[in-house]
Design a binder for this molecule. Sequence first.
Ligand SMILES: *Cc1c(COP(=O)(O)O)cnc(C)c1O
Length: 395
Amino acid sequence: MSDPLNPTDHIETLAVHAGGDPDPVTGAVVPPIQMSATFKQDGVGGTRSGFEYGRTDNPTRRALEEAIAALENGAHGIAYASGLAATQNIFYLLEPGDRLLVTDDAYGGTWRLAEQVWQRYGVQVDSVDLCDLEALAAKLSAEGGPPRMVWVETPTNPLLKVVDISLVARLAAASGALTVVDSTFATPYLQRPLELGADLVIHSATKYLGGHSDVVGGLVATRRDDLAERLRFHQNAAGAVPSPFDCWLVMRGLRTLAVRMERASASAAAIAEWLTRRPEVSAVNYPGLADHAQRELAERQMRRPGAMVSFVVSDVAGGEARARRFVAATRLFTLAESLGAVESLIELPAVMTHLSVAHTALAVPPSLVRLSVGIENVDDLMADLDSAFAASADA
Ligand SMILES: *Cc1c(COP(=O)(O)O)cnc(C)c1O
């Protein structure tokens, strides 16, 4: 496919145009959804543009893969059926006996896959607070050899800690480890890990990239030809590929990524400030707040602090029981798992998204509430939270 983009094009432009050349035959401005599972060969092996079979490659999927490669400033994009399918495929780079070091406060499903599945196949799974560089250094020089892979997630879910990607990537590279960054919360609009030295960046496209809570998908981008080749081999060999329609939906979502992230981030910043003044709240986690432990780093590493906010309902105000009533009392914030879409969502991580890490080192406070701020009017959103605080006051 031709590439009408200039190297100087900004990410707002890339989001609208990357992977989206008009169809060469019809001129269709929006690339068509190619549902065909197989492709005619003009004589044995004579494919028309390299496409043979839908698991191996597909034009709609390829367009999306080109788009994520461009947005992450990488060389290769690889699409999967879900974020965890992408994670699984990255774990295929590990060998029995390898050590995998995962940031604490990682997405629960990432930890579950590492600990409950990969550990059974001989991968040694360990966790560390990647904001604590001394702890990381100790893990990197531990007896038994350094880890093969360091799994970064930043900002973290649901505590919104920010990890210094370039520093971790440098330390990991020096000890021979691959650095993978789960950048789902930030999107390439807010941060670009490959530019900071990460080997691989991964997204749950289900979240901001799709952006409308109507598709499940995963994407990986890299600059390294060797890693891309191995990932592509496993993409085909293991087969966890997204459908062409799902790829098209993610691509449609990508077109508005920049404007959605701008609006949602601005609203999240305002809501986070507002929450710090609420008597019911004992702590607010948002990388844009003055008292956030990694505020300066967030300012350096991210264009904006993002649109995810979490906060603790104080024990005096009713703690966990109050938090449970609160998340069920909102009108606009929908009580649901997932995040990153146009509509605002609310949830209780300890018993919803992070139930799989209960009673582990990655467990989260029971009265922690997580908000995924959407693109509704911010005053309406604050009024909604205000009403929910009032409505949840009495048991
Ligand atoms: C949702 C999520 C995943 C998993 O993605 P799925 O598309 O649900 O498989 C991984 N990492 C983070 C940070 C997520 O939020």
